[in-house]
Design a protein around this ligand. Structure first.
Ligand SMILES: [Zn+2]
Length: 341
């Protein structure tokens, strides 16, 4: 099968590799309908995060059709169209039942398996996979794929930031997750949604998804602008979808005392000064999003045509051209790249 492999920073190749088979009786094998490149794949691409192994099979987002199931799998069957999270989870342990499936006691990071491929082994299939109500139309596939990570992650960020009626929510990060957080905040009834963005195409999509204000300044200047827009206090909550030192303080400083910061950008080199944090008086809640928790609801919203998160994909390439997809995202020529077979 064709699969995307990373050999080192800037070195991505599409190669033939052995198709996966069932290892555990709780596994399923799916044939992917489409896959995609994540902003987090850029960390190793830029040499800012080590590979698990060399070469490393890439990818952790997936939708597709179940091709084979292990002997213990009961909740999905061969032929089902399924969506799963970027973390496999049993969905039965106490951590899962509390709504934190991405930190399941038996979690498997799908990035360690690699889903930028024609086939993928899904561990803990009963807990991980959610079947759609039927076979989707071709045009729903990008949105269902977005639900596998960026939409669910944006949803978690917006929820953790306290999005809802009567609230003002700022969103740091105009990548696919930040844009999805805007969409989520809008759907959750948020009154004012302030998007940080300097990129004209992303500003347009942010507005289409529900942003009421666009702020181009960054860092403390950006936070000061949010305070101006919110009677001097800052937003009720801020979704942070970048993961750098600057973005984290930008989020905290954009938030009023007693407010909420939902942080989902994978943290790289962030160190928070305790005293500054102490006097910010904000709630911090984040981490890897429990996408599985939201999947049934998100799939239904997509199925009903209530949301169209697939619009975050602005470049579609055949899997053979994955290396160009990585380059386009690295150079910010593309927000998010869909790979087809
Ligand atoms: Zn669990």
């Amino acid at each position: 099968m064709r699969s995307v492999m990373m050999y080192g920073p800037g070195d991505v190749r599409t190669e033939e590799r052995e198709p996966p088979g069932i290892i555990e009786p709780t596994d399923a094998i799916i044939r992917l309908s489409a896959t995609c490149i994540c902003g987090s794949d850029l960390w190793p691409y830029r040499g800012e995060e080590p590979l698990f192994r060399t070469p490393q099979a890439m990818g952790h987002e997936y939708v597709g059709v179940v091709e084979q199931i292990g002997s213990d799998v009961k909740n999905v069957t061969v032929g089902d169209f399924v969506v799963g999270s970027f973390v496999a989870s049993d969905n039965t342990c106490d951590i899962c039942l509390a709504g934190y499936q991405s930190r399941c006691r038996h979690n498997v990071m799908m990035g360690s398996i690699g889903t930028q491929a024609e086939l993928a082994r899904i561990p803990l299939a009963d807990g991980t996979l959610v079947a759609t109500p039927g076979q989707p139309d071709r045009d729903l596939i990008p949105s269902l794929l977005a639900a596998s990570d960026v939409l669910g992650t944006g949803w978690y960020a917006a929820t953790a930031a306290g999005a809802g009626p009567g609230r003002s929510i700022a969103v740091v990060g105009d990548g696919a997750v930040g844009l999805s957080a805007i969409l989520a905040a809008k759907l959750l009834g948020t009154e004012r949604i302030i998007a940080f963005s300097r990129h004209p195409d992303r500003q347009t999509l942010a507005s289409a998804f529900g942003a009421t204000d666009i702020v181009e300044e960054r860092g403390d200047a950006g936070a000061a602008r949010v305070k101006e827009l919110t009677e001097g206090y800052g937003a009720h909550g801020t979704a942070e979808a970048v993961g750098t030192q600057e973005s984290m303080w930008q989020a905290i400083h954009s938030t009023r005392p007693g407010g909420y910061v939902g942080y989902v950008g994978v943290s790289h080199g962030v160190e928070l000064d305790g005293l500054q944090l102490f006097f910010s008086s904000v709630h911090l809640h984040g981490g890897p999003a429990p996408v599985r928790h939201y999947l049934p609801e998100l799939i239904q919203l997509i199925w009903d045509g209530s949301i169209d998160p697939g619009r975050v994909f602005d470049l579609t390439l055949p899997i053979e051209d994955a290396s160009e997809g990585y380059r386009a995202m690295d150079e910010r020529r593309a927000t998010k790249v869909l790979l087809t077979f």
